[in-house]
Design a protein around this ligand. Structure first.
Ligand SMILES: [Cu+2]
Length: 410
């Protein structure tokens, strides 16, 4: 009996010890698996059309790994900002970074890791200061008031925001400075079935999924440690911890391609789990803020051969389609910066995987494009069944987006 107990204790201890990964005793793969969460939500009309965004360095933790990243408002995937057509909005961008920049780089090389600014990706908006002018410079310790006049005819849709200072864009977006920017739908222009899953009236079904590369593997330039070295980032933000019983540092371990530290996060979460009811419709706003990898997003049943969820594309790059459609080839192609809006219904109880999939025949036509293949999110379907109908028609386009193919040339 005593012998059995000793063996059991030993087995349990061994199991616990093997689970304890740390900065001095790293292990792979990272697992994630926390519940899906939208980013924090900012509605401009709730706060007198004035938004404040702070840039600082914060800890970002995935499982046992904690890294230093530049973030907006402390969130890896900044708050989603909801705006309305016709609004005049002030966005105060405060650059609280304290470290001075490394010496000025040669022209068109990486540099200025601590200088920043703000760009509204995709909006029809003036590029004259104090509007969306990407040559505006916000140095460490400074702040700037952007004033945006959102066009009254701006179509509702899914956009995003990120810094656009020449020399540090790639580094800062890879770091985590990014968030969804959404022009709210006018609920009176939506069919009830679409209105039922859209903000402003049904925000709990309106899900933003901002995809970010989280990579240290040195297989290509998505390696964040390499980006830090290239730009001359402050030593204290690097991962130079020495490992136990090894002459490697944590950074060297993370960069070893054999450890494959290369994931596509959703709102800063690794493989989050979204829980929905059978038959319940959700709106997914997919944003590829993953810097330079193309994605081809699909939802598959985790039991091979079993049917998956129904997915309809309703908007591409913030422009509504005429009618909902199934993704061509079963996947939605999202280049870097690209967006797509989906309506999703899973009729059967089960576990599904949202993933990015490229086949060999795709690669032949993709040239030098970088792409990401792998799981991104888990969808668990359980509970009381619900009933949902896809809308049969989508909101009208604004005057400047009419189809010109049938307009006479004169
Ligand atoms: Cu952009």
């Amino acid at each position: 009996m005593l012998k059995n107990t000793v063996i059991l204790v030993y087995v349990c201890l061994e199991f616990t010890l093997s689970q304890e990964c740390s900065h001095t005793s790293p292990c792979t793969p990272l697992k994630g698996g926390l519940a899906f969460k939208n980013p924090s939500q900012i509605h401009t009309w709730v706060q007198n059309l004035h938004v404040r965004i702070d840039v600082d360095v914060h800890d970002v933790t995935v499982d046992w790994l904690t890294v230093k990243r530049r973030l907006f408002n402390g969130e890896f995937t900044a708050p989603t900002i909801w705006i309305r057509a016709g609004e005049r909005i002030i966005v105060t961008l405060a650059n609280n970074l304290k470290e001075p920049n490394p010496p000025k780089p040669e022209a068109n090389k990486f540099g200025f890791p601590n200088t920043t600014n703000l760009h509204t990706h995709g909006l029809h908006i003036s590029s004259q200061s104090p509007r969306d002018n990407p040559t505006i410079v916000v140095e460490p310790g400074q702040q700037y008031d952007y004033i945006y006049h959102v066009h009254p005819d701006q179509q509702a849709g899914t956009f995003w925001y990120h810094p656009h200072y020449h020399g540090s864009v790639f580094f800062q977006v890879l770091s985590g400075l990014k968030g969804a920017l959404i022009v709210e739908d006018n609920p009176f222009l939506l069919l009830p079935s679409l209105e039922a899953v859209s903000c402003p009236l049904n925000c709990e079904h309106d899900l933003q999924m901002v995809f970010s590369l989280f990579q240290y593997s040195s297989q290509d330039s998505g390696d964040f440690s390499k980006a830090q070295r290239d730009i001359g980032d402050y030593e204290g933000f690097r991962l130079n911890t020495a490992l136990d019983n090894s002459d490697q540092t944590l950074e060297e371990w993370l960069e070893d391609p054999a450890n494959n530290i290369r994931y596509m996060l959703v709102n800063g979460l690794l493989n989050p789990v979204l829980q929905i009811h059978p038959g319940q419709m959700k709106r997914f706003r997919l944003i590829n803020a993953g810097e330079y990898n193309t994605l081809a997003i699909e939802v598959v049943n985790t039991i091979p051969g079993e049917p998956s969820c129904s997915v309809k594309e309703i908007a591409i790059d913030s422009i509504y389609l005429d009618v909902p459609r199934e993704p061509r080839l079963g996947r939605t192609y999202l280049p870097p910066g690209g967006r797509a809006d989906w309506l999703v219904v899973c009729n059967e109880v089960g576990t599904y995987e949202m993933r990015s999939t490229f086949y060999d025949e795709d690669k032949a036509s993709m040239g030098e494009t970088h792409y990401f293949t792998g799981p991104i999110m888990t969808i668990k379907v359980s509970g009381f069944p619900r009933n949902s109908d896809f809308p049969h028609i989508l909101p009208p386009k604004p005057s400047f987006l009419q189809d010109l193919r049938d307009v006479p040339s004169e």
